[in-house]
Design a protein around this ligand. Structure first.
Ligand code: PHE
Length: 460
């Protein structure tokens, strides 16, 4: 069975950039980033995160592009053929694929919550409640065994539908419609948020670094967040790069994707923290519930006298979350679907449905871990936290390490140079810098951060 990509790729360069940006921009930016920033002390965390985006995440992203566009094959086959037929690399390629199932499974749970909250916002359900009520509502909803499951299943069904429609008609068209709306919503929300009372307190939380809060685990969290936010380390972007046209400039367009992603994360901070500080007593480190408990309260209290604004602000915010989540979950599902489609010659629709069913099963464990299975723990963590920990702090960094070693040391240098310069047609002054980052800086840095996490530098 041929493992070559058989269908058409993205029709345009813009489509390719928007699809990759759609994968990158997601709950990681709007839900996870503020949560992590709040928990890790604000600006200092953000600085480290941006540094990692630039020096670790971006080189890994470009390397994924190189692998995908050159090989035009699924991940495991790409690793196999580009390593000159080494079986070990073929199996290594299966790791990120398995991990993509894990991410989608817990990602879909939160994406389901956002869909539910978008519907609540649309029905004006937040009006006239107080802070205690929002917390109680969220606790009752997230711990219910059935409701969150249904919303998760809906998100997975929507994702499956778009993937089943194909690369151009589903993924590219979805990104071209959703991404511009998302950008417009973000700009409107930032402007509104910055005009709230005490917005400056939120701004200084975001902009004034306090390095005394930085520990080894802050650094690991910042690295995990950078990888998660850019969608690197799981080879989802390798799969998308298979559909890139030959004129896509991998360094330039990869940098655009990373810049869009970072900008959206910072803008989410600009939306959320001024909003949180606008009400005395609310804390920026409320954790994952920040956007589901704290924000509905903020919207209502701040715009209490202007119900139309409270309604529009909430609706826009949760729709923004739903769209961002969808464009990312599509990339996770596409990777698994493309693998089975190419390797086993099964139709795209069947593959998409099959992968969705597996994620639905795994997602059920994550969803239940907020309620009836809350006391089922592995290594002290419920399924949801375990999946998030494993993916962001372990598998994505390890996947990224493998990718940098592969492109930096295993793949023939001429292949890499050829892809980066589009067959010598592009003058690419950043190529040497990219190679240094991929060969030395990124792998060494990832290994050091891991060793530090294992406590090997505690004597220093
Ligand atoms: N980058 C996405 C986000 O920020 C999450 C994601 C992770 C997508 C891994 C694909 C692969 O939400």
């Amino acid at each position: 069975m041929s493992s070559e990509i058989k269908h058409n790729g993205f029709a345009s360069k813009l489509g390719a950039i928007l699809a990759a940006a759609g994968s990158a921009v997601g709950l990681g930016n709007i839900w996870r980033f503020p949560t992590e920033t709040g928990a890790n002390g604000g600006a200092a965390f953000i600085l480290i995160y941006i540094l990692f985006m630039l020096l670790l995440g971006l080189p890994v992203m470009i390397s994924e592009f190189v692998i995908g566009r050159y090989s035009q094959k699924n991940v495991s086959e790409s690793f196999y053929s580009m390593s000159g037929g080494k079986k070990a690399w073929k199996y290594m390629g299966l790791i990120p694929m398995g991990a993509a199932f894990l991410v989608l499974s817990y990602y879909a749970v939160v994406a389901g919550w956002t869909l539910y909250y978008a519907v609540l916002a649309g029905m004006n359900d937040f009006a006239g409640k107080d802070a205690v009520q929002y917390a109680a509502d969220f606790a009752a909803f997230s711990s219910d065994p059935v409701q969150p499951w249904i919303w998760m299943a809906l998100i997975l069904a929507m994702t499956c539908g778009i993937v089943a429609m194909g690369v151009q008609k589903g993924i590219e068209r979805g990104a071209k419609v959703m991404m511009p709306i998302l950008f417009i919503f973000i700009v409107v929300l930032v402007i509104c948020s910055l005009n709230l009372p005490n917005a400056s307190l939120g701004l200084s939380f975001l902009l004034k670094p306090d390095f005394s809060k930085v520990t080894g685990s802050t650094v690991l969290s910042a690295m995990g967040q950078a990888f998660f936010s850019l969608s690197v380390g799981l080879c989802c972007l390798c799969t998308y790069a298979c559909y890139f046209r030959k004129d896509v400039d991998l360094i330039k367009d990869g940098t655009s994707v990373a810049s869009i992603d970072t900008l959206v994360a910072l803008c989410s901070g600009l939306i959320i923290f001024p909003a949180v500080y606008s009400i005395p007593g609310l804390q920026p480190d409320a954790g994952p519930s920040l956007v589901f408990i704290t924000l509905p309260n903020v919207f209502q209290q701040v715009f209490g006298n202007l119900p139309v604004l409270a309604y529009s602000f909430s609706l826009m915010f949760y729709l923004l979350l739903v769209m961002a989540a969808l464009t990312s979950s599509i990339s996770m599902l596409e990777m698994g679907a493309a693998y089975f489609e190419q390797n086993f010659g099964i139709s795209r629709v069947k593959c998409a449905i099959g992968v969705t069913c597996v994620c639905l099963l795994l997602g059920t464990c994550c969803s239940l871990s907020f309620g009836v299975w809350s006391d089922v723990t592995v290594a002290g963590m419920g399924f949801f936290d375990l999946f998030d920990y494993l993916v962001a702090k372990f598998i994505m960094p390890v996947g990224s390490l493998l990718i940098t070693i592969f492109v930096g040391w295993v793949v023939d240098k001429n292949i890499v140079k050829n892809e980066i310069t589009n067959g010598g047609t592009l003058r690419q002054p950043l190529y040497p810098a990219y190679m240094v980052l991929v060969r030395y800086f990124a792998p060494i840095c990832i290994i050091l951060i891991f060793l530090n996490e294992l406590g090997l530098f505690s004597w220093l």
